[in-house]
Write a protein that binds this ligand. Structure first.
Ligand SMILES: NC(=O)c1ccc[n+]([C@@H]2O[C@H](COP(=O)([O-])OP(=O)(O)OC[C@H]3O[C@@H](n4cnc5c(N)ncnc54)[C@H](O)[C@@H]3O)[C@@H](O)[C@H]2O)c1
Length: 254
């Protein structure tokens, strides 16, 4: 049904929870996978989790926030697989949560560098290698649709990714390349646990409970639930969908 045979999917943040689950699912539907991450040990673990090494899996260590990193991972993917059909721009960091007077500028810049510069650079370097029928999916967040106290870098970055997605969607529509964001709510994984520990200090209550209370479905997402939405946006099943925000948040953004 999702028909990704012969397609190449480049997944940034591929050593992480959502990246790896998405790679697993895209591959199960036929795609060749380039996993990109700055965490070399994590990449090796991800490749092993996929049962690799294998001819349809490439791992590339790179920092998505730098033009050199983007040039490197795109060149490596094209050299190995001949082009890019699906760009899943997913690498992310959280920074910190802190009151406005205390929020460190370095953290603000570092978070925008990965999510905003990183997603921009990924598109800038990958698009020349993408053909009609291509799909770009950017992992934004419920944090791209609402505010919460102290989360200055992350929430600003996740909103900015929506703007980037919209510009790309309009510019690339005539070239037959669709661009959308997937916007997960809190996911049951290590990234979110660290966020909740940090946020809990700012809001003065348990961060996990805080989120479960404001998610209408009353729980966190599983990584594979996010991956299924990535698969939909990556495939031709969403052939007339571009410029869209696909929330996977149990109703948190409603
Ligand atoms: N976990 C959640 O609850 C949640 C919710 C909404 C959105 N998101 C977003 O989903 C995406 C994936 O997050 P995750 O939950 O899988 O977390 P994760 O920490 O498991 O994965 C993120 C990956 O990105 C990599 N990365 C970070 N900075 C990088 C850089 N400069 N260059 C290359 N790789 C880099 C990390 O090494 C890591 O492997 C992120 O964009 C995150 O903001 C997560």
């Amino acid at each position: 049904m999702f028909g990704l045979d012969g397609k190449t999917a480049l997944v940034t943040g591929g050593a992480g929870s959502i990246g790896l689950e998405s790679a697993r699912l895209l591959r199960a539907h036929g795609a060749r996978i380039a996993l990109v991450d700055r965490d070399a040990a994590g990449l090796a673990r991800a490749e092993a989790a996929l049962g690799g090494p294998a001819g349809d899996i490439l791992t590339v260590e790179a920092d998505v926030a730098t033009p050199e990193g983007a040039a490197h991972y795109v060149a490596a993917t094209v050299a190995r697989f001949g082009g890019i059909d699906i760009l899943f721009s997913n690498a992310g960091n959280f920074g910190v949560a802190a009151p406005i007077e205390e929020y460190p500028l370095e953290a603000f810049d570092a978070v925008l560098a990965v999510h905003v510069r990183g997603a921009f650079l990924a598109a800038q370097h990958a698009v020349p290698h993408m053909k009609r029928g291509g799909s770009i999916v950017i992992t934004s967040s419920v944090a791209g649709l609402r505010g919460d106290p102290g989360v200055y870098g992350y929430i600003t970055a996740k909103h900015a990714q929506t703007g980037l997605m919209r510009v790309l969607a309009k510019e690339l529509a005539p070239r037959g390349i669709r661009v959308n964001t997937v916007n997960p709510g809190p996911v049951d994984n290590g990234f979110q646990k660290a966020v909740e520990d940090d946020l809990g200090q700012v809001i003065g209550r348990d961060g996990t409970e805080f989120f479960n209370d404001i998610i209408p479905m009353g729980r966190h997402a599983r990584p594979e639930e996010v991956a299924r939405s990535v698969l939909y946006l990556a495939s031709d099943q969403s052939s007339f969908t571009t410029g869209a925000i696909l929330s996977v948040d149990g109703g948190m953004s409603v």
